[in-house]
Write a protein that binds this ligand. Structure first.
Ligand code: FEO
Ligand code: CA
Ligand code: CA
Ligand code: CA
Length: 661
């Protein structure tokens, strides 16, 4: 099952957040369902259609005229094919696969004789977040930046023994993590993208690449180790999940389930350090991949602070292959899913970020310095420092009245959706802590404990968050939370409205007065996912015949028309995962349409929706219980006889026309 990823998002583990923050009222599933019924009637009347409009017969002219721009395609039906399935009239191309050479002199992929040296020059495993930037020195060319979240050793290596991995296998895994930067040639007629092997910007960043720690906690006692007594140089990045891009041309990459790589948290002698490690879910005893046997920094008994040097947002300059990538302590340390930016009118940069754990929190960072425009070298150098200092906030969500009605406070959208208000609670600003009993350095490094202390709202696993480029509204994918309402754990509240939540929801957050630097917001539920037939789901009021079923939202993106696109991970409705478009305004608001599905066992990652191209990362194809290298559960993308290879796929309209028009 995809819910047992080796990335660390195992649904069966107990959640470590045992703080006693107040919960938000009673179960309101009935309220959601009541509104759902209300909207069903309202929207059907508004669009003047009864029956099927969004899932029409192929080539329906009626659908083309009804659907919003960007979403005029034939929805892909749920399926379990071992393939990427795209709409009628679209085609797909594999851009790059795990093992494809990137750096000069790197051998071709050979799964029967892999080496760490070869992997260090090849595209890594389990691609997740993608960024596609214009190549600065190659007109029409592109630069792809991909995260490689984690490794699936039983699917990668013949005869893999998890109790006794070989050094070479571990070193291959180190080289298969991190990021790839690869220049692409873009065919102007077909839209095809082809890697330019050995191009000067091409780079691999791995578990052994040197990083610089920046911000208020750099150099603090909490991040000093034997190998780095100054606490400023860290080796490597791992479990890089989602990410974002900055207006100054860098890429952000989020260190997510970094805990799983460390061992022996129970042998740490200092009780406070042990408690902090426990809040981050650090393993007792051996780690899953046994890296501690090959590099003692992964053994917490020997090096308890090494874990404090991971779990950050990292920033990479893809246009300077010699630059040292940086880890920004000012954005806090937790299981970062992603970071996406909005720039306020005065140039202040705001980063929205989720902590992907059951019952963990939603954060934002507000820079203290302002972004400079103009594109000069000096402006860029200034902007490269913006994420090094600012204020860190955590969100408290409050529902409106108990019967689910909007309370007329004036802050809320009046479109009939369920919602409420909220507050950003300040944790630290620069070198100053606003949390009793914690120093600023402790807030930045032990951020979860700081958020516990101020009563932040426990969420259903915040995945990607994206501020809308035009409206500034922030969309938060809450993927699922099977433990909501379990014995001794928090029950449903208004923003997390279902106990035993298997399918997740998407929250729409509106900053008061449109000011992303402020401390007040309103919110509403855009979607409550699951079987559209069930009364505890909400699809903008559309009936089941008119929507594609969606479950477990994860990565988010926007198309050039302002529609939201949602990639899923762990679909609990029986279909493979997929990519969905949903309009945010007009009569189609909340109507979900599936654009593609990914192969068996895979999750859909990294979506990029351009005018004439959709790019997705197919992560962990064939990751199904019991599958191995010898007995794979998927042969995608190479076909019969091949092993599954995480890959990037480029989807275009057949004549390279515009997407969804
Ligand atoms: Fe790596 Fe939260 O998904
Ligand atoms: Ca994710
Ligand atoms: Ca995203
Ligand atoms: Ca996920």
């Amino acid at each position: 099952m995809t819910c047992e990823h080796r990335c660390g998002n195992a649904c069966g583990r107990p959640a470590p957040n045992t703080s006693d923050n107040a919960y938000l009222g009673d179960l309101i599933a009935e309220a959601v369902s009541r509104r759902s019924l209300f909207r069903t009637g309202a929207v059907a009347a508004a669009v003047g259609v009864a029956g099927s409009i969004a899932v029409p017969a192929a080539g329906s002219a009626e659908d083309s005229s009804m659907a919003p721009r960007g979403l005029r395609f034939e929805p892909v039906a749920p399926n379990t094919a071992d393939a990427v399935v795209v709409p009628e009239g679209y085609r797909q191309q594999i851009v790059i696969r795990w093992g494809d050479p990137i750096l000069e002199g790197t051998p071709e992929f050979d799964p029967d004789a892999p080496t760490a040296e070869a992997q260090a020059g090849q595209f890594g495993y389990n691609c997740d977040h993608l960024a596609l930037l214009d190549h600065p020195g190659d007109r029409g060319g592109k630069v792809l930046i991909a995260n490689h979240e984690y490794t699936d050793e039983p699917l990668m290596f013949a005869g893999y023994d998890g109790d006794d991995p070989a050094r070479e296998q571990v070193e291959i895994a180190w080289a298969a993590h991190g990021l790839s930067i690869v220049a692409l040639e873009a065919d102007g007629r077909s839209g095809e993208l082809t890697p330019r092997v050995g191009e000067e910007l091409n780079r691999r960043i791995t578990v052994t690449t040197e990083f610089e720690l920046t911000g208020p906690a750099a150099g603090s006692e909490l991040v000093r180790t034997t190998a780095d007594p100054d606490g400023r140089k860290v080796l490597g990045t791992f479990n890089n999940c989602g990410g974002g891009i900055t207006p100054w041309g860098t890429v952000l990459s989020a260190e997510e389930n970094f805990n799983q790589y460390f061992a022996n948290a129970d042998e740490v002698t200092d009780p406070q350090a042990r408690e902090r490690l426990a809040r981050y879910g650090m393993p007792r005893g051996a780690s899953g991949r046994k890296w501690e046997r090959f590099d003692p920094r992964f053994d917490l008994a020997a090096e308890p602070n090494e874990a404090n040097r991971h779990g950050y947002i990292v920033e990479i300059d893809p246009f300077d292959p010699d630059s040292t990538p940086r880890k920004h302590t000012a954005l806090g340390r937790f299981k970062h899913e992603a970071a996406n930016l909005r720039v306020a009118g005065d140039g202040t940069v705001v980063a929205y970020m989720g902590d992907d754990e059951r019952f963990d929190y939603f954060y934002k960072f507000v820079s203290s310095r302002k972004m400079r425009g103009g594109g000069s070298r000096r402006a860029r150098e200034h902007n490269l420092r913006l994420l090094e200092e600012g204020a860190l906030y955590v969100a408290v969500f409050t529902g409106d009245s108990p019967d689910g009605e909007i309370d007329g406070s004036g802050d809320l959208p009046s479109d009939g959706e369920f919602g409420g208000v909220g507050e950003w609670v300040l944790l630290a600003a620069g070198d100053e802590s606003f949390v009793d009993g914690m120093s600023a350095e402790e807030v930045y490094v032990c951020t979860r404990l700081a958020a516990d202390a101020v009563g932040a709202t426990k969420m259903d696993r915040p995945e990607d968050v994206e501020p809308h480029p035009a409206t500034g509204k922030v969309y938060i994918a809450l993927t699922n939370n099977s433990d909501r309402g379990a014995a001794g754990l928090p029950g449903a509240d208004e923003v997390n409205p279902r106990n035993g939540n298997r399918h997740g929801q998407i929250v729409e957050l509106t900053e008061r007065d449109g000011d992303p630097t402020g401390t007040a917001f309103s919110w509403n539920l855009l979607l409550v996912c699951g079987d559209p037939e069930d009364s505890d789901t909400y699809y903008g009021g559309f009936p089941k015949e008119q929507v594609s079923p969606i479950s477990c939202p994860d990565n988010l993106a926007f198309d050039p028309h302002g529609n939201l696109w949602v990639a899923t991970d762990g679909n609990a409705l029986g279909s493979n995962d997929g990519l969905f478009g949903v309009a945010l305004s007009g009569a189609g608001r909340g109507q979900v349409k599936q654009f593609l599905t990914v192969p068996r066992g895979a999750e859909t990652c990294g979506p990029i929706i351009e005018d004439r191209r959709v790019l997705v990362a197919v992560q962990h194809p064939g990751e199904i219980d019991g599958a191995t290298f010898e007995n794979p559960a998927s042969a995608w993308p190479d076909g019969p006889g091949g092993i599954p290879r995480p890959s990037v796929v480029n989807v275009t309209e057949k004549r390279y026309g515009r997407i969804g028009l």
